[in-house]
Write a protein that binds this ligand. Structure first.
Ligand SMILES: Cc1cc2nc3c(=O)[nH]c(=O)nc-3n(C[C@H](O)[C@H](O)[C@H](O)COP(=O)(O)OP(=O)(O)OC[C@H]3O[C@@H](n4cnc5c(N)ncnc54)[C@H](O)[C@@H]3O)c2cc1C
Length: 388
């Protein structure tokens, strides 16, 4: 336990979460990895345990706890070794629900946030489009105001929980001629006429459903606009700080899990009459990778602490995702190598870890885009300000 950041209460929470995951989640992971569909009962059980509500207001059934409970949730989710399961849970809890909580009004929160906390409703966040994900401002989906409704047309892709979720948080252009100043955020029910979704097949994150979604003259009440019209881009950018830190934390946690597993394996596997953890060539690589993982972890804890105290840590969260996802990929590559042929086998954890880790430098802002953002901040002195 790192007592600078974690109290005894945190550790009790960690233990009960671990027990829950071992009992209710681990026995089903292989099935969900195969089918790409996480069964409903587990969402409800997460809700009953209160795990979806740890960061949200008590008024809507949440617990309003500090950010280190979220850190623990993210870390332990990585340790069941299903990046897809973890993604489904945190995309609902920290992508979709963050927008509902921050930009939704009381009626929207009652309708969507409260049942998201109990696990009755699952959400997804739809920003990326088939024409491009990095260039958020270039999105083409439109929302045209008509009397007291908006009519949505366009498409989104690579959306986590895109097929099985109950509601969608969607970014669309209300004023296309204004570029990134013409984007707004809407919420809509899955069963609204005109919404259709197709499931995508993918390299990793196999337990999560990833969907391409079409909006064909979808009519929603004007009251489903979240926050102010045309403020969508700053809202998205503002929440990217948390999203990117989440992806950094996920990366340090899965790297730690892979290193711990590999060290145990190396202590048991023998070659040339001794266990392979005695070979200097491997020991030094483990030392390097462990050092990098620990540095990432400490950095993430310090950024989480600052974010929790209300600092706008967009630069640090961007650095976290950039560096930690790179570190995680390198850890997976080496750990798989240290397992030899067994590393390549599906019955050992490294194959899935390697596949799942590879999404880190792509999803939620590619490493190239993150470098651009960091360069703008440190070279051009660009100052990204929070929207609210
Ligand atoms: C499994 C999965 C789950 C996802 N979940 C979600 C989700 O829930 N919601 C959501 O909205 N999105 C989601 N995404 C989308 C993800 O965020 C995008 O894939 C990502 O932002 C990149 O966009 P793109 O795929 O369109 O790549 P592109 O933007 O087409 O980029 C292609 C390449 O060009 C590079 N590039 C682009 N612009 C520049 C530049 N200016 N300088 C240098 N290089 C550049 C990129 O770095 C990349 O290497 C998910 C993606 C995956 C694969």
């Amino acid at each position: 336990m790192n007592s600078r950041y974690f109290t005894e209460e945190h550790e009790l929470f960690r233990q009960s979460l671990k027990d829950f995951l071992q009992k209710e989640v681990v026995p089903h992971i292989e099935k969900w990895e195969e089918t790409g569909h996480i069964e409903r009962f587990v969402w409800e059980k997460f809700g009953e345990m209160g795990f979806f509500g740890i960061a949200y207001p008590e008024e809507y059934g949440g617990m309003n706890l500090d950010l280190f409970y979220t850190v623990i949730l993210l870390e332990e989710l990585q340790k069941v070794n299903s990046g897809g399961f973890a993604a489904a849970i945190w995309a609902h809890t920290y992508l979709a629900m963050t927008h509902v909580n921050k930009e939704g009004d009381h009626a929207i929160k009652q309708k969507y946030l409260a049942p998201s906390i109990t696990g009755e409703k699952i959400g997804c966040l739809c920003i990326t489009e088939p024409f491009g994900g990095s260039d958020v401002a270039g999105m083409r989906t439109t929302a045209v105001k008509k009397d007291d409704t908006y009519v949505i047309n366009g498409s989104k892709t690579f959306i986590t929980n895109g097929v099985y979720s109950d509601y969608l948080v969607v970014a669309a252009k209300t004023n296309p001629e204004l570029g990134n100043k013409g984007i707004s955020i809407f919420i809509m029910d899955r069963d609204t006429p005109g919404i259709s979704a197709t499931k995508l097949d993918k390299l990793g994150w196999r337990a999560s459903d990833t969907g391409e979604i079409a909006f064909d003259n979808v009519v929603i009440p004007a009251s489903n606009l979240m926050g102010e019209e045309n403020k969508g881009f700053p809202y998205i950018m503002q929440h990217f700080a948390l999203e990117r830190l989440i992806m950094g934390i996920n990366a340090h946690a899965r790297a730690e899990f892979a290193l711990e597993y590999t060290l145990k394996y190396m202590g048991e596997r023998e070659a040339f009459g001794r266990t392979i953890d005695k070979f200097q060539a491997l020991r030094h690589k483990i030392a390097d990778r462990y050092t990098e993982m620990e540095i990432c972890k400490e950095f993430n804890y310090s950024v989480a602490s600052r974010l929790d105290q209300g600092e706008y840590v967009v630069k640090e969260a961007t650095m976290s995702k950039l560096q930690c996802t790179k570190m995680s990929d390198e850890v997976m590559y080496d750990c798989l190598q240290f397992l030899g042929g067994y590393g390549y086998m599906e019955e050992y954890p490294l194959a899935r870890l390697l596949r799942d880790s590879r999404l880190g430098p792509i999803g939620g802002g590619t490493s190239e885009i993150l470098r651009e953002i960091i360069a703008k901040m440190i070279i051009d002195k660009k100052d990204y300000k929070p929207a609210t």
